[in-house]
Design a protein around this ligand. Structure first.
Ligand SMILES: [Fe+2]
Ligand SMILES: [Fe+2]
Length: 206
């Protein structure tokens, strides 16, 4: 795998992409963080960590903010896999390409999520489940504080409104429960709880 060439191309495609409300290049930085979390998870679970790192970097490459947001949520995985098949094919073996595109394509098909209640759940390799968990985890903890404040600023919320929604908001509570339930590994749940604690401590003093 030609790691430097992959990173260069990822930077070219995502490095200056504007993402409201987080600013330019957010998607690439999120990718690198997800790669790091995925690498750590893979290590904890005894899985291959080089491929999951690269899949983490690339997982949201199909996000297109000009698209309808609703459909983008579901389609950016497959669209990302398509981009990787077309543009990254020369930088990895066929086997690596297949595994990475599988991780990118299915990063939102979480078997334990509400979307698969009473339905046939997707059966996916551990490395795909690792990317799914890493992606969720990056929205909490220190980064979760930034995300909350970015959205607060974007919607022109007052400090009281931010606090009220974060601390007592039913939607926040429901979202946390859904995320926690969707995580595939026990070690991810422990990490999620640790990250929520960081956010609670921050907003307790905000
Ligand atoms: Fe995504
Ligand atoms: Fe993501």
């Amino acid at each position: 795998m030609e790691i430097a060439a992959i990173k260069n191309l990822a930077y070219e495609i995502m490095g200056n992409k504007e993402e409201v409300p987080h600013g330019e290049g957010y998607r690439l930085a999120h990718g690198y963080r997800v790669g790091g979390i995925a690498e750590w998870l893979a290590h904890e679970l005894g899985e291959n960590d080089e491929l999951v790192f690269i899949a983490g970097v690339l997982h949201d490459i199909g996000k297109d903010k000009n698209q309808n947001l609703e459909s983008d949520g579901v389609r950016h995985g497959p669209r990302g896999a398509e981009i990787i098949r077309k543009q990254f094919i020369h930088y990895m073996s066929i086997n690596e390409l297949e595994r990475i595109t599988n991780m990118v394509e299915n990063h939102n098909a979480r078997p334990k999520s509400k979307w698969f209640i009473d339905k046939e759940k997707p059966v996916l390799p551990a490395e795909v489940l690792i990317i799914q968990d890493a992606d969720l985890l990056d929205h909490f903890g220190e980064e979760g504080i930034n995300i909350t404040l970015n959205w607060g600023r974007f919607f022109k919320k007052s400090r009281e409104q931010i606090l009220k929604e974060w601390k007592y908001g039913e939607r926040t509570q429901r979202m946390h429960e859904e995320v926690r339930r969707s995580l595939n590994f026990e070690v991810s749940v422990v990490e999620f709880d640790r990250r929520i604690k960081i956010m609670q401590d921050f907003f307790a003093k905000f």
